[in-house]
Design a protein around this ligand. Structure first.
Ligand code: NDP
Length: 277
């Protein structure tokens, strides 16, 4: 029998998840159906209950429901606990197992797909929202020499430092700063985990933040050359990436968790890539 999966969000028509998971199913020979579910606001639990009652086996969760899914889950994996949010659920009888694969997806894209180890690198993250929170431990596990988080609202960057210090196993120096405090400092890998690019804005980065040979990684995807990537390019950065690989890798993690087989992501990434021009 065909197993049913879906992605829930509001809005949802923009989601690439059906395309990605159905492509994974084709190449791995898995018999699954994967659809979009528009969750009415305030009715997350009732909508998921109905999907489960109809035989649904698992769901991806996107905005604005990642916190609702966190509350709905019965079994939160450490990744979801750390992120404070859930992006994948698996239904087993009365149990709702919950994960957050965004952070591991990001790190896998950088280290595996882009061939850019984070070990020994000076890493800067712009933004201190959900994506940064989920990426914290996976990045620290790679043992960079230092991790700096900058945010418009500095207190949120400092909260991330406290969280990292509480959870990380082998300490890497972590700082939470204001953008202005970056003056005179440079980094080997700079992640833009702000949502500024979604409105074509640019975080107030001082010039010189990119070290020679740096990677500039925009977590948003499908936007081409965002203001952040454009700034990096003008600063001479040649290694530019957006979050399409992160999207594909977090999906592959969920697929493997559900189906026990990890799909190759290369074709999906090629299909979804929008040129960075
Ligand atoms: P949140 O809403 O949780 O956080 C947004 C962050 O952006 C906050 O730190 C906010 O700062 C900052 N910000 C917003 N506008 C500006 C601005 N104009 N200048 C400077 N900082 C700004 O978002 P998420 O963490 O969920 O998402 C962040 C990005 O990551 C988005 O672009 C999203 O599309 C992308 N993403 C990509 C994924 C992928 O698979 N590729 C998966 C998940 C996210 P403040 O706290 O001061 O308000």
């Amino acid at each position: 029998m065909t197993d049913r999966y879906a992605v829930i969000g509001n809005p949802i028509e923009q989601s690439k998840s059906p395309q990605i998971h159905l492509a994974f199913a084709r190449v791995t020979g898995q018999d699954i159906d994967y659809t979009r579910v528009l969750g009415p606001l305030g009715q997350f639990a009732a909508t998921v209950d109905a999907f489960r009652a109809a035989g649904g086996r698992g769901m991806n969760v996107t905005a604005p429901f990642k916190l609702d899914a966190y509350a709905y889950a019965t079994d939160l994996a450490p990744s979801a606990q750390m992120a404070g949010a859930v992006n994948a659920m698996k239904f087993e009888g009365d149990r709702v197992l919950a994960e957050n694969f965004d952070g591991v997806g990001l790190v896998r894209d950088v280290v595996h797909n882009l061939g850019r180890p984070l070990r020994g690198q000076r890493v800067l993250i712009l933004g201190a929202g959900g994506a940064t929170r989920g990426a914290l431990l996976p990045i620290l596990a790679e043992q960079p020499t230092e991790l700096v988080i900058v945010n418009r609202t500095v207190a949120k960057a400092q909260d991330m430092v406290a969280l990292a210090q509480q959870h990380q196993r082998s300490p890497v120096p972590v700082q939470g700063l204001a953008y202005a405090a970056l003056a005179g400092r440079s980094f080997d890998v700079v992640f833009n985990a702000t949502s500024a690019s979604l409105t074509a804005e640019l975080p107030p980065l001082p010039p010189g933040v990119f070290a020679p040979g740096a990677l500039a990684y925009e977590l948003a995807y499908g936007k081409g050359l965002t203001p952040f990537l454009s700034l990096a390019q003008q600063a001479g950065v040649r290694a530019l990436a957006d979050g399409v690989g992160m999207l594909a890798e977090q999906a592959a993690e969920a697929f493997a968790w559900w189906r026990g087989v990890r799909p190759d992501t290369a074709q999906v990434i090629r299909d979804l890539t929008v040129p960075l021009t």
